[in-house]
Design a protein around this ligand. Structure first.
Ligand code: PLP
Length: 423
């Protein structure tokens, strides 16, 4: 055979998050106890009314318009108006099989450079590499809660000529942090002054813990594309239903993406789009469900963060999603005595010694020699946790004690990690 890959594709690897999941599953099958903090999938079940909607619409077999079912686009636009206070028309919504696909297509379509604050989601940069697009990391700092500062953005902008796309993801994967309205406003001003387009990845927006999520599109509507999906807040990652919301100033870009997608995936699966309609319209069910998801995630995330903090780990308490991004710099000397000098070696050795699966900071765009890692605190039964939370008054706090044995592997995993660091 004389077939070959394009040379720029030779270095591509499987997404680190999927790889750790496969490895954890293999080791668990071989009888080892694994503390699965590696894979960032929502632990909760999809609400019953939305599952029923999918079942009831399974018979639908026809293709839908490339941009999506019109009623769904209307419902999504309405949702953005209501929750984000941004003026999105149904015509500005583009439905896709997961938001990942649209993030990829956007990078394929645009000229210029993508600015990516790091730590960042694992796929932005590989996607850029596939389409041979320039990526530039902006390294944020632990002290700033891993948030991008306006002057860091300004410096990065000045270092590049040509069009710039800034990707902002908040609440963030891998760090669980978010921005305040004032911080977003300041970033929006810098973006507007410099004609920077923003892709605002708000896939975890509905999984804020205590303080309500704010979209940067409130402050920079004309230059922001909002990205979201059912994958996290509705726990339906495998259903593959995402969207982009464009302001009218960017309809030209939406048209271009729709043309590309019409020649690639055609449309998101029809029954899933009908189920999505239920997900965006059944506000009472979703409101109640999200209240409990947030309360559970906040309880578990804060437990993990405070336990690690007490043990001497540098860690920020979470604001949303189900991630923490601890920094183990204070253990550098003892880790180096074990021959560990970077995040990848640290996670590998930790996994082998204890079965605790974390993903190294290097997978999220951090310099290899740093000693940070992502904890996805989702190794509990989400269905049982919802049941427990529903039995406790909404006015009361939910505790780890209330969640009982269901969170035993979270507790043991954190304990094992601390014992290993102190060995
Ligand atoms: N953005 C972030 C930050 C994510 O964590 C993910 C999924 O893990 C995605 C986008 C893509 O999600 P989906 O394609 O399932 O909508």
């Amino acid at each position: 055979m004389n077939h070959k890959l394009h040379p720029h594709l030779n270095q591509l690897e499987r997404s680190a998050t999927l790889a750790i999941n496969e490895r954890s599953a293999e080791m668990a099958a071989a009888g080892q106890t694994i503390y699965r903090f590696g894979f960032g999938q929502s632990p909760f079940p999809v609400p019953d009314s939305i599952v029923s909607a999918l079942q009831e619409n399974a018979y639908r077999k026809d293709y839908l318009p490339v941009e999506g079912l019109y009623e769904l686009r209307q419902a999504v636009a309405e949702y953005h108006k209501e929750t984000d206070k941004i003026n999105i028309a149904a015509e500005g919504v583009l439905i896709s099989p997961g938001s990942k696909e649209l993030i990829f297509t956007l990078q394929l379509a645009l000229t210029g450079t993508t600015l990516i604050p790091a730590p960042c989601w694992v796929s932005y940069v590989p996607q850029g590499k596939i389409v041979q697009r320039e990526n530039k990391y902006i390294q944020t700092r632990f002290e700033d809660n891993w948030r991008l500062l306006p002057d860091q953005l300004e410096t990065a902008i000045k270092s590049i000529t040509g069009p710039r796309l800034l990707v902002l993801n908040y609440p963030g994967n891998p760090d669980g942090g978010t921005y305040s309205a004032d911080e977003l406003n300041a970033l929006a001003n810098v973006a507007r002054e410099n004609n920077v387009l923003i892709l605002s990845d708000e896939i975890y927006g509905r999984l804020y813990h205590e303080v309500e999520h704010v979209s940067i599109a409130r402050f920079y509507p004309e230059g922001t594309i909002v990205s979201s999906s059912l994958s996290k807040w509705c726990a339906a990652g495998g259903w593959r239903l995402g969207h982009f919301a464009f302001p009218k100033e960017l309809f030209w870009l939406k048209e271009a993406l729709a043309s590309i997608t019409s020649d690639t995936y055609s449309c998101a699966a029809t029954p899933i789009q009908y189920a999505g309609l239920q997900a965006y319209n059944d506000k009472d069910t979703v409101g109640e469900y999200l209240f409990h998801c947030r309360r559970i995630l906040s309880t578990i995330g804060n437990f993990c963060a405070s336990t690690l903090l007490e043990a001497g780990v540098n860690i920020q308490s979470p604001s949303g999603a189900f991630y923490l991004f601890p920094d183990f710099e204070s253990f550098r000397i003892s880790l180096s005595e074990k021959g560990i000098h970077d995040s990848t070696a640290m996670c590998e050795q930790l996994f082998q010694d204890t079965g605790v699966a974390l993903l190294p900071g290097a997978a999220f765009g951090r310099p290899a020699e740093e000693l940070n890692a992502r904890i996805a605190y989702v190794n509990f039964d989400g269905g049982k946790a919802l049941q427990t939370s529903r039995e406790i008054s909404m006015e009361q706090n939910l505790t780890m004690h209330d969640l009982g044995d269901n969170v035993i592997n979270v507790k043991y995993g954190i304990e094992k990690l601390i014992d290993w660091l102190k060995e």
